[in-house]
Design a protein around this ligand. Structure first.
Ligand SMILES: *Cc1c(COP(=O)(O)O)cnc(C)c1O
Length: 469
């Protein structure tokens, strides 16, 4: 499989290079040259198969020549061995046609583990085969960072640097990052927002000299391997609910558009996905875009679902590329508009194509809190604020077809205990393996929101600079 950039001016790469590269050299995102297809018959054969078996079938065409069959299987098995549930991503029912897909059984209690654990295994294999070393630099609004740190901690060939917005992640999120003692992981608290962190990471990748000496790799949700890994649970859940004979809809708490784009990929591959509902919190740029056709930035407001407090929704570019018939110059014009004036307007045709596959709804803070309380009263279940945003959105959208609707439960309630307690009066407990998290010592490195502060910190601590392994 070859991968091309959405901006059309970077070389096409194979899977292994795409995994190591992350962002394309022209500023674009890599996307498969063609969408692999899985027939209805092949889907039928996957019914009743384990998560790993489905993953092998879905991922094999994407990794192409880069991984042998046994090698890919080994990566998948190692990635999911530490999950707290044998099914990896179990479904639970909360209404006649209403389901929750529990994606928080990984080590750091959010869905990011599903993709990050696999990405770490794939990257480690690629570097082991090449005999090189890499420096991972990533920005997090909370969950990506802890997932990356857990997935990569202790790996021989990789150092990890995670930038997060100082004071804008929950205590549990912060502690999951700052209490890890492994020498190859580092956190940087930036005095700014998540978008500032993301901009710093982009600037480091664009700094050719720095990028090359540090051998930078990206693991944020623009890395293709993460999207790819996330397609798997759309398949396992749809199969469990009757695909390929029945259509299944999904509602996805959305920030950077990576998770829901994976659902779109599953659909393009032949999975009978009904509508894909984009659920946003008060940072509702995507909901406004679907309504008005205009993507216009207006500033980010902190919310109780901080992992969705974003207005540069990076992976939306991949969808734009598709609905613009893969015309890179047309996409470039939109991105230039965004850079110059903080906005762009979609053509009628592009907007129509997005609306064909996607619907959207937003949940304000009061609605999110009320939903946490209502779910608890109705089902005895504690849901986290991100999942609650999804539940509100699933309740609001006019469903276009009958059949099951799956809301992605993207985090464990104990990851956001204050919001859950405020809504229900009950403080969700951390699972046993994290019970002492609040007592572990922290390492905090706070830096100003400036490239000239962040780059030297990384250069000083990365082992790439310290010769050999
Ligand atoms: C990252 C995250 C999201 C948003 O996912 P995207 O792929 O960025 O759209 C939603 N909920 C939680 C808990 C997250 O960590």
């Amino acid at each position: 499989m070859r991968y091309i950039s959405t901006r059309g001016r970077a070389p096409a790469l194979d899977f292994a290079d795409v995994v190591l590269t992350g962002l394309a050299s022209d500023g674009g995102l890599y996307i498969p040259e063609v969408w692999p297809q899985i027939s209805g018959e092949a889907l039928g054969k996957l019914q009743g198969c384990s998560y790993s078996e489905v993953a092998r079938a879905v991922l094999a065409p994407f990794v192409g020549e880069s991984f042998g069959e046994a090698e890919l299987s080994g990566c998948i098995d190692r990635a999911y061995a530490d999950f707290g549930h044998r099914l990896v991503a179990p479904l639970t029912q909360y209404g006649p046609d209403d389901w929750l897909l529990e994606l928080w059984h990984g080590p750091t209690l959010a869905f990011k583990d599903v993709a990050m654990r696999l990405l770490a295994q794939l990257m480690d294999r690629i570097l082991a085969k090449r005999g090189g070393r890499a420096t991972i630099v990533g920005a997090t609004s909370g969950d990506t960072g802890s997932a990356a740190i857990d997935a990569f901690r202790g790996l021989a060939a990789v150092d990890v640097f995670i930038l997060y917005p100082h004071g804008r992640v929950s205590e549990v999120q912060r502690r999951q990052m700052t209490t890890v003692a492994d020498a190859n992981v580092h956190t940087i608290a930036v005095e700014g927002t998540f978008d500032d962190c993301q901009a710093l990471v982009k600037a480091m990748f664009a700094d050719v000299a720095f990028n090359e000496t540090m051998r930078l790799s990206a693991v944020n949700s623009i890395n293709w391997a993460r999207i790819m890994a996330q397609t798997v649970y759309y398949f396992t859940s749809a199969l469990a609910l009757g695909a390929p004979d029945r259509q299944v809809g999904f509602t996805v708490p959305t920030g950077n558009f990576g998770d829901i784009f994976a659902g779109y990929v599953a659909k393009r591959m032949g999975l009978p996905v009904g509508e894909l509902v984009i659920a946003t919190n008060v940072n509702d740029i995507l909901d406004r875009t679907l309504r008005s056709g205009r993507y216009a930035m207006s500033g980010v407001v902190p919310s109780i679902s901080p992992s969705m407090d974003i207005e540069i929704s990076s992976n939306f570019e991949r969808l734009l590329f598709e609905v613009l018939d893969r015309q890179a110059p047309d996409l470039q014009r939109l991105m230039d508009g965004l850079k110059q004036s903080g906005a762009f307007t979609l053509s009628e045709r592009a907007l129509g194509r997005i609306r064909h596959d996607f619907a959207s709804a937003r949940s304000d803070e009061a609605e999110t809190r009320a939903m946490i309380a209502e779910m608890h009263k109705m089902t005895g279940r504690l849901v986290d604020p991100h999942t609650a945003v999804g539940l509100v959105a699933a309740g609001k959208v006019q469903r276009r077809q009958s059949g099951p609707m799956v809301v992605l439960a993207t985090a464990h309630a104990a990851k956001f205990p204050d919001a859950v307690q405020a809504a229900t009066g009950i403080r969700p407990e951390l699972p046993q393996r994290l019970a002492d998290l609040l007592d572990r010592p922290e390492r905090i490195n706070c830096l100003p929101n400036e490239l000239k502060a962040v780059e030297p910190f990384i250069a000083q601590h990365a082992r790439v600079n310290q010769g050999g392994r």
